[in-house]
Design a protein around this ligand. Structure first.
Ligand SMILES: [Zn+2]
Length: 256
């Protein structure tokens, strides 16, 4: 009798242990199973032909790059495969208006156009009149302030207001996996600060999703007051990104 009880207890204990193991396995597996499912439903990684200006770009002697700082998204490296890249940016309703607010808006537009022209040497872009048609959208807006919870203290942190931000979205069109870049540039910046902000954010928008550790590069992680022109290292990095395989711009698998 006593022995039987002990046996029952042990069995119960064993079952409990098995249930716990089973639960742990269940918690661990879904994420990797999900990743595999996701990978199967996305286009396979493939390279696109290198855009001509980047193909012709030669940096002798090689001044280096910061490709190791660049992150790929779930869709692969965030590069464009159809040119010219369609770009939309905000413009005042009546640019000839002499009001100070319009003058400031026009300065913002000039800085945006100048920066587009600079990058246009390496990747061709064309202005479109509607944001719905664009691959890259540049809005004259302050980026949202996104409060975060400090993981150590559990307290809400309100970050300092940012003046520029770039984010991306994926969508599917004609069965292809595509992306869209949305850039926000504050209306509060001076013309020269707007120029360096757009130059930096447009670098992200064109695929440089990461930051240089060298302050002489446009994609240096911290905004510097001086206006830094696009460096050879920026272009070397851009070229390496465009040589990578990506899922973007390729059709989804048929048995989806
Ligand atoms: Zn940045």
């Amino acid at each position: 009798m006593h022995k039987q009880l002990k046996y029952k207890f042990e069995l119960k204990f064993c079952l409990k242990f098995l249930v716990i193991i089973f639960l742990i396995v269940l918690i661990i597996t879904p994420s990797s199973a999900l990743d595999k499912d996701l990978e199967k439903s996305l286009p396979p990684l493939e390279s696109h032909p290198l855009p001509t200006p980047l193909n012709q770009w030669q940096d002798q002697p090689y001044s280096g790059d910061y490709f190791e700082q660049i992150q790929a998204s779930v869709g692969g490296y965030l590069l464009w495969s159809e040119f010219p890249i369609k770009i939309y940016f905000d413009r005042p309703d009546n640019p000839d208006d002499i009001a100070a607010t319009t003058r400031r808006f026009n300065q913002w537009v000039n800085a945006v156009k100048k920066s587009i022209n600079e990058w246009n040497t390496y990747l061709s872009m064309i202005e479109v009149s509607q944001p719905e048609l664009a691959d890259i959208i540049i809005e004259r807006k302050d980026p949202p302030i996104e409060p975060k919870i400090d993981p150590e203290t559990g307290q809400l942190q309100i970050p300092r207001a940012r003046t520029a931000q770039t984010r991306y979205e994926f969508y599917i069109k004609n069965n292809k996996l595509l992306h869209k870049m949305i850039i926000k540039i504050s209306p509060r910046l001076s013309e020269i600060a707007t120029l360096s902000a757009v130059r930096h954010e447009l670098g992200h928008g064109l695929g440089i999703w990461g930051h240089s550790l060298d302050e002489n590069d446009v994609l240096y992680f911290s905004q510097v007051s001086a206006s830094i022109p696009i460096s050879s290292r920026d272009i070397n990095t851009l070229k390496k990104i465009y040589e990578q395989p990506t899922r973007l711009g390729w059709p989804l698998p048929i048995n989806n």
